[in-house]
Write a protein that binds this ligand. Structure first.
Ligand code: PEP
Length: 252
């Protein structure tokens, strides 16, 4: 059975006080309303992680970062290492979000290194992939996403790749209010799983959680999550509202 996951990506939102209030609301609502078969994760700004780890103590909610350095330590001003993340109790790290690819020039090759560093430290990477609008319009999205996966993931062993969570996030659906249809999401997730099967075999491919991200809201989550290969969501905007985030998690 694959893990069902609903992960929130707060991006660069919420100061510490606001972040504490949001995390506390989510924690209490999750305790009251969720059965425990969905893994909730909050990926917050670095600066909040240590405080939020304390706040989430005793809860099953996972804590994640939104990026990390590919280097283990050293003279990399402004960077955050996996060891630092581990030392404050972080368990997950988003890698290759389209905003990092676009604004910080993160390439498939760099992400391959970040995956290595992350897996070595036993953090769970949430690896994002997804095509821009012009690629979708040319109907080349499968090839595009397969290349991202091949270039960043395929150097990993079967054991390593089994520890990766994949998030398919079509760029044209992120923060735009435009969602991929449930069919488009399922279709791409099946393409990704087939590709993983070709390289690592069916057992490994079937064990990897593939999340959909791109304007998931309480109103559309149920339909999207119904896809056979859709194992949950990576949620941006709606993760900033406790009610919406929890309602999305209840959509399974
Ligand atoms: C995201 O940034 O990963 C995302 C899916 O954002 P949104 O839900 O706001 O589209």
């Amino acid at each position: 059975m694959r893990k069902k996951i609903v992960a929130g990506n707060w991006k660069m939102n919420k100061n510490l006080e606001e972040g504490q209030a949001l995390a506390s609301e989510v924690k209490h609502m999750a305790e009251d309303e969720l059965s425990g078969d969905v893994q909730l994760i909050m990926c917050t700004p670095f600066i909040h992680l240590s405080t939020l780890k304390g706040l989430l103590k005793g809860s099953a909610i996972g804590l994640g970062a939104q990026n990390c350095s590919e280097h283990e330590s050293g003279a990399y001003t402004g960077e955050t290492s996996v060891d630092m993340l581990k030392s404050v109790g972080v368990e997950y790290v988003i890698l290759g979000h389209s905003e990092r690819r676009e604004y910080f020039n993160e390439s498939n090759e760099l992400l391959a290194k970040k995956l290595d560093t992350t897996l070595k430290s036993q953090l769970t990477p949430i690896f994002c992939c997804g095509e821009p609008l012009e690629i979708r319009e040319k109907e080349e999205q499968n090839k595009y996403v397969q290349q991202q996966i091949e270039e960043s993931l395929f150097h990993l062993s079967a054991e390593e790749v089994s520890k990766v969570v994949i998030a398919y996030e079509p760029i044209w659906a992120i923060g735009t209010g435009k969602t991929a249809s449930a069919e488009q999401a399922q279709e791409m997730h099946a393409v990704i799983r087939k590709q993983l099967e070709g390289k690592y075999g069916k057992e490994v491919a079937d064990s990897i959680s593939i999340l959909y991200g791109g304007s998931v809201k309480p109103a559309n989550a149920k339909e999207i999550f119904a896809g056979e290969d859709v194992d949950g969501g990576l949620i941006g905007g709606a993760s900033l509202k406790s009610r919406d985030f929890i309602d999305i998690a209840k959509s399974f």
